[in-house]
Each structure stands twice: as structure tokens, then as C-alpha cells.
Design a binder for this molecule. Structure first.
Ligand code: SF4
Ligand code: SF4
Length: 270
């Protein structure tokens, strides 16, 4: 993890949030991204509701009876009504979209995805204007002026974590459309620098694994030659070395295995 301060602060098209630093993990971490093609996630990221700007609340309510029928729930039950002052939201205040029976009230439980999103697409509306910003940016989020991975990705608890494009690639279109447009003019160089940073780190990690594996091997061989120890002792010295370097080498595979297990645990619907 590494927070990079930008040359200046970049406000979104609506004035907030204002981004002044970027967590470079957004160029490294990945999630599935193509949600409607996902056959194993059961929309688990929509289990908890979401923070929503008061402006979005009014616009969603303004969709009227037609959307209320589509949502299948009276408008009075959509939001928790607890207004929280937060300067990082365009109106300076937000509340929560409610969750009920283990999912957001706008989740389409008979089909897939978000009903605000699908309603907007069906009616030729721009969903960025109605949907909570934290939802359409999902993968990245804003926190005290920092552009950072969403919490479920940061703590690797998201079911589709670890596969697909990077968070930056996934959120690029939405960020470009709605937020910090001036920063996007410069994103290419910044993205390249950060991607290079992570690639270099990966190479260094592998070198560390090699060093951890081969260094003690070399030292143990030298030790045996110098003190005329026999092959059995050499082998005994090698066992802990093999275990440590094996664990280090296998660590990157653990995440991929976890995704495969989750796929088995949540098989595709018929
Ligand atoms: S869990 Fe992953 S793939 Fe499924 S809807 Fe959420 S972000 Fe998309
Ligand atoms: S508003 Fe839509 S995208 Fe956001 S949590 Fe609810 S169902 Fe998911």
C-alpha cells in the first residue's frame, strides 16, 4: 500500500468529493467487474445497502410511481432517513439505502443487479445521475480526499476478488464520466508509473523468494563442505529451507484457489 499525493486537489464535476491523493493499490488489486456475466457471486456486494447523497435521494424519489412499482417497495422504505453531514458528498450530506432480508432494497432478487440501474437503462436515463456514487464507482471509493480501493476489496472479503481487470481499469469509465475530469487528462502517465511500480515490486518479491530459497541452500552446502558433513545432515538442513521457500512461493496461488473454492460453493443458477 502506498498513498501518492497528486500535484493538486481535483474536485469532481459536482464539486465533491475532492481527490488529492491516490492509493496505488487501485492499479494492482482486481475484482470480477463484469457483474452481469458473473455466475457465482449472487450479487453479494449489494447485501448491505449503500451511502447515498441527498441529491440522489431526491432524484430517485422523483422517478415517481412508475419506479416505485418497478422497485416493488414503497418509497418510504428505500432510505433509512438518518441524515449524516459529510463534505465528501455533493450536497454535503448523505443517508443509507436500506438493506432488508440480507440485501439492498434496490437489488433485483428475481433477476440480477440493481433496479435503479436497470430502470435507468430501460428508460434512456443516465444511471450516474440516480445511482449512489459509491455503487457506480465500486472497486474504488473516496475517503478523506484519497482515492482508495473499496473496503471489501481492501480486506479481500469480496467474493469476486482477485480476478478481472484492475480497480482503476474497472472504474475508469465512471470516473471519467463523473469525477475529477481534469485529473483524467493526466491519468495515463500516472497509471503507467503506478503499474510499473507494482510490476517492479512483483519482480523484487520473486527475487526475495529466490534469495530466501537459494541463499540458505548455498550457505548450507558451504557449511557441509567446510566441515566435511555428510549428505544426510545436508538433507536435514535443507528441510526447513524447503518448507519456508515453498510457502513463500505458493502464497500467490492461495488467492486463486480461494476463488475456485467459492465457485464450487456458489454454483451457477440453473
Ligand atoms: S460480487 Fe463482484 S461480480 Fe458480483 S455483482 Fe458484486 S462486484 Fe459484480
Ligand atoms: S443501490 Fe443498487 S448497486 Fe447500490 S447496493 Fe443497492 S442494489 Fe446494489
Amino acid at each position: 500500500m502506498s498513498l501518492v499525493k497528486l500535484d493538486r486537489s481535483y474536485p469532481s464535476v459536482q464539486g465533491a468529493p475532492v481527490i488529492s491523493s491516490v492509493e496505488t493499490d487501485i492499479f494492482r488489486l482486481r475484482y470480477f467487474t463484469y457483474c452481469m456475466d458473473c455466475d457465482f457471486c449472487h450479487d453479494t456486494c449489494c447485501s448491505y445497502g449503500a451511502d447515498i447523497d441527498l441529491g440522489d435521494v431526491e432524484r430517485v424519489k422523483g422517478l415517481g410511481k412508475d419506479f416505485e412499482d418497478y422497485a416493488g417497495l414503497p418509497a418510504a422504505k428505500w432510505f433509512d432517513g438518518n441524515v449524516v453531514q459529510d463534505d465528501e458528498f455533493p450536497t454535503g450530506a448523505m443517508m443509507r439505502v436500506r438493506a432488508s432480508r440480507g440485501h439492498c432494497v434496490f437489488l433485483d432478487t428475481k433477476g440480477r443487479g440493481c433496479k435503479i440501474h436497470s430502470y435507468c437503462l430501460a428508460h434512456g436515463l443516465d444511471y450516474h445521475v440516480y445511482k449512489p456514487v459509491v455503487c457506480f464507482l465500486f472497486g474504488v471509493t473516496f475517503e478523506y480526499g484519497n482515492l482508495v480501493p473499496s473496503n471489501e476489496i481492501k480486506d479481500a472479503s469480496l467474493i469476486c476478488y482477485g480476478q478481472g481487470p484492475t480497480l482503476f481499469e474497472a472504474a475508469k469509465a465512471s470516473w471519467r464520466r463523473s469525477l475529477v475530469p481534469r485529473w483524467w487528462r493526466r491519468w495515463k502517465r500516472f497509471a503507467m508509473a503506478c503499474t510499473m511500480f507494482h510490476k517492479t515490486n512483483r519482480i523484487l518479491d520473486r527475487l526475495v523468494v529466490l534469495t530466501v530459497g537459494l541463499g540458505p541452500l548455498f550457505l548450507a552446502s558451504l557449511f557441509c563442505v567446510l566441515f566435511h558433513l555428510d549428505f544426510v545432515i545436508w538433507m536435514l538442513l535443507m528441510i526447513p529451507v524447503g518448507v519456508v521457500s515453498g510457502i513463500l512461493t505458493l502464497l500467490p496461488q492461495v488467492r486463486a484457489a480461494r476463488i475456485r473454492i467459492l465457485r464450487l460453493k456458489y454454483p451457477p443458477d440453473d
